[in-house]
Design a protein around this ligand. Structure first.
Ligand code: GLN
Length: 291
């Protein structure tokens, strides 16, 4: 079988299985397993593929056809300007999250005009948010808090891979460990689990392979927002920012929760699907001063 024939065969396997973007997934699998890019396929597609190459590609395609996430198969995924190691036990970075990072950066620029900040990312997962912020704000220090040991493995690996000396991974629980350090922060940011528990099973097949603890926001989806807004607000300097990623239709409730805890100047950012995906509020914690 030639590479071209193998490529067409893999596309048809994925298509039959109902995979959304069979050609894209097939190309990613080819690149990851055989080191062949689209350009290589055009140039050398008529060459014979070795048996072990066919087997290797077929094995990944079979798993992908069962709904196993492409990102876990590849072991690596791009988010904003960085590469992240991913695998079972850590949430895959989503394109949507980039609008939350951008909302945070825009507010920092408007309000502080400096990047010498102390930032904490709660439920940091792979480190997509922490690492992207740290690269944009090289003089700031980012603490990445994560509870899961499996996610922590990827978080640490990603910090090293991206050479982010200004990110520190800390193991901790958002609900119980808000006094883990004495520090006060200029920015608290989080993409918390926000799916309603009973709805997780209804989500697409791929999501079922992702860690439930990164998805499950409790019976109404707001458990983490309530906990972070009530317990972590006191860790923000006055004038500091609280930034969240939101699930669909969660803007009004989270905005109300933030306002009732004394946050002001609420701004939001919409994703490509026009969902209010990010929210940012300014703290009015007058017990502590911005410094
Ligand atoms: N964005 C993820 C999804 O749509 C959910 C992540 C989260 O709960 N924070 O599946």
């Amino acid at each position: 079988m030639t590479y071209n024939e193998l490529y067409r065969h893999i596309i048809s396997v994925l298509k039959k299985a109902g995979i959304d973007s069979p050609a894209f997934d097939a190309l990613c699998i080819f690149e990851s397993k055989l080191g062949l890019t689209r350009h290589d396929l055009i140039m050398t597609g008529n060459k014979k593929a070795e048996k072990d190459q066919c087997d290797a590609v077929e094995e990944l395609a079979t798993k992908r056809a069962e709904g196993y996430p492409l990102q876990y198969l590849l072991g690596m995924w791009q988010f904003m300007d960085s590469e992240f190691f991913v695998g079972e036990g850590v949430l895959i970075p989503r394109e949507d999250t980039s609008v939350v990072v951008q909302l945070c950066l825009d507010n920092i620029k408007n309000l502080y005009g400096t990047d010498n900040l102390s930032i904490i990312d709660l439920c940091a997962g792979s480190g997509a948010i922490s690492i992207s912020l740290a690269k944009s704000l090289p003089n700031s220090k980012v603490t990445a808090l994560e509870l899961s040991d499996k996610a922590m493995y990827y978080l640490q690996k990603n910090i090293q891979h991206n050479r982010c000396n200004n990110v520190e991974a800390v193991s901790g629980n958002v609900f119980t460990d808000c006094n883990i350090t004495d520090a006060l922060y200029d920015v608290i940011i989080s993409n918390p689990p926000y799916i309603i528990s009973s709805e997780i099973r209804t989500l697409q097949k791929e999501v079922q392979y992702e860690p439930v603890m990164a998805l499950d926001g409790g019976s109404d989806g707001y458990d983490f927002y309530r906990a972070i807004i009530s317990k972590w607000s006191k860790k923000l300097k006055s004038g500091g920012l609280l930034v969240f990623e939101l699930g669909e239709n969660q803007y009004d409730t989270v905005s109300d929760l933030m306002c009732s805890q004394g946050f002001k100047d609420i701004t939001f950012a919409t994703d490509l699907g026009n969902v209010k995906r990010g929210i940012c509020g300014v703290s009015l914690n007058d017990k502590v001063k911005l410094g």
